[in-house]
Design a protein around this ligand. Structure first.
Ligand SMILES: Nc1nc2c(ncn2[C@@H]2O[C@H](COP(=O)(O)OP(=O)(O)OP(=O)(O)O)[C@@H](O)[C@H]2O)c(=O)[nH]1
Ligand SMILES: [Mg+2]
Length: 395
């Protein structure tokens, strides 16, 4: 299972545009609320320095690609319907659709940098709304969604705990076991939020506090302010200062499409692009690309790729590790060089990698070998970003 990131936010802010730019999937995009009803799922890629540069031979990725020593490592994305205040009570499309995000490892909340939309996603004129104001209620709706999952049947379980004994954190964990949350994170959240184990002291506020803490620890997120191409640079600087990533999903989408059509050379995340053949462009295309280029030069790129990479690298704290079967040639059984690039949490060990590749490999783990240094590694070895590792297992 690869990493999964959920894109959330109020309606009409540009979630699907951001999703489409990153995944290159074509989806419905329109200037009114609730364009998206069914979730869109796709795959995007984060950049990682490919160890093949040390080898002198090009890698052959099973998934993604490698361009001039930059490996593109897959990450799954889901774009869901817009959330409005009171969604947990059924407002708008409600919050049932958030169940598609159960397995999400982290969230990207999209806000509208132009401040033109009210809380329901209707246009109210530019600058009428503080872009960062959404952040509060959208987060609150996610918290309520999780709190509802936790509270389902909880009273009965707490009663049982009081009469028969047991552990509070394992009861909570059972409730949310389908959400890809580490049991250790649940234990930590119960402790941090000082959750009481007796029914007498339990009320809805306790459940909400617990849901909030579990999300903070286990499914963190970032804020992306989209439509950055429609605001002044000074406003963008201010928004960045308030912790948002100002991006233009729309311009990233233009560039990805133009690159696919061989009109431009553009590598996601770069701060500029190159027009391949001026003669192939009509005047509207030339004008569109000129605007994109202007925006990129003062914004330092469209910042779309950087946003997902900031979430994966700095917030979710993931590293990229390359498992191989031949530690000398860095190949699999069939001679493919560095076929897999795996995302693991910082601090993961050689044994964690073995389990991630295959549970069987974890169970039969004997030792690992570092492909770069050729050193023998034990199961406790803490992996480093860019490691090339062979796992040796019993037959
Ligand atoms: N200029 C500009 N327009 C954008 C950008 N991103 C989105 N838009 C426009 O904003 C409108 C809404 O975009 P969507 O991507 O459909 O927004 P959404 O958040 O998925 O909307 P719902 O599915 O209805 O919740 C469309 O008209 C887009 O073209 C951007 O970065 N720049
Ligand atoms: Mg949408």
């Amino acid at each position: 299972m690869s990493l999964l990131v959920g894109i959330i936010g109020k309606p009409n802010v540009g979630k699907s545009t951001f999703f489409s730019a990153l995944t290159e999937n074509s989806v419905e995009i329109a200037d009114y609320p609730f364009t998206t009803i069914e979730s869109n799922k796709g795959v995007t890629y984060i950049r990682s320095k490919c160890p093949d540069v040390y080898l002198g031979n090009k890698c052959s990725p099973k998934f993604g690609k490698c361009v001039n020593g930059t490996r593109f490592v897959p990450v799954e994305l889901i774009d869901v319907a817009g959330l409005v205040p009171g969604a947990h009570e059924g407002k708008g499309l409600g919050n049932k659709f958030l169940d598609d995000l159960r397995r999400a490892d982290g969230f990207i909340q999209v806000v509208d940098s132009t401040g033109s939309l009210d809380q329901n996603g209707n246009s109210i004129g530019k600058g009428k709304f503080d872009p960062m104001d959404d952040a509060g209620f959208v987060h609150a709706e996610i918290v309520m969604w999780l709190a509802n999952i936790i509270s389902d049947g909880l009273i009965r379980n707490l009663r049982k705990l009081e009469s028969e004994g047991g552990k509070l954190d394992s009861i909570i964990y059972d409730k949310i076991s389908g959400l890809g949350i580490d049991p250790k994170d649940v234990t930590l959240a119960v402790k941090n939020a000082a959750i009481p184990s007796n029914l007498k002291n339990w009320d809805d506020q306790v459940t909400i506090r617990l849901a909030e803490e579990i999300l903070r620890i286990s499914k963190p997120g970032i804020i992306v302010a989209s439509k950055g191409d429609r605001i002044e640079s000074a406003e963008a600087v201010k928004l960045n200062g308030r912790g948002a990533h100002v991006v233009s999903g729309d311009y990233e989408l233009v560039l990805r499409k133009a690159a696919k059509a061989n009109l431009v050379e553009y590598i996601p995340g770069e701060t500029s692009f190159r027009i391949l053949d001026e003669g192939k462009l009509n005047s509207a295309q030339k004008e569109a690309l000129r605007k994109v280029s202007d925006f990129m030069s003062h914004n330092g790129g469209t910042k779309t790729q950087e946003a997902i990479e900031d979430l994966v690298r700095n917030v979710l704290k993931m590293i990229v590790v390359y498992p191989v079967e031949d530690e000398n040639h860095w190949t699999d059984k069939n001679g493919n060089i560095l076929p897999d690039a795996i995302l693991l949490k910082q601090g993961s060990t050689a044994l964690d990698l073995a389990f991630k590749v295959h549970s069987d490999l974890g169970e039969r783990f004997i030792r690992a070998l570092n492909g770069k240094t050729k050193r023998v590694l034990g199961k406790e070895y803490v992996l480093e970003d860019g490691d090339v590792i062979k796992i040796v297992a019993a037959h």
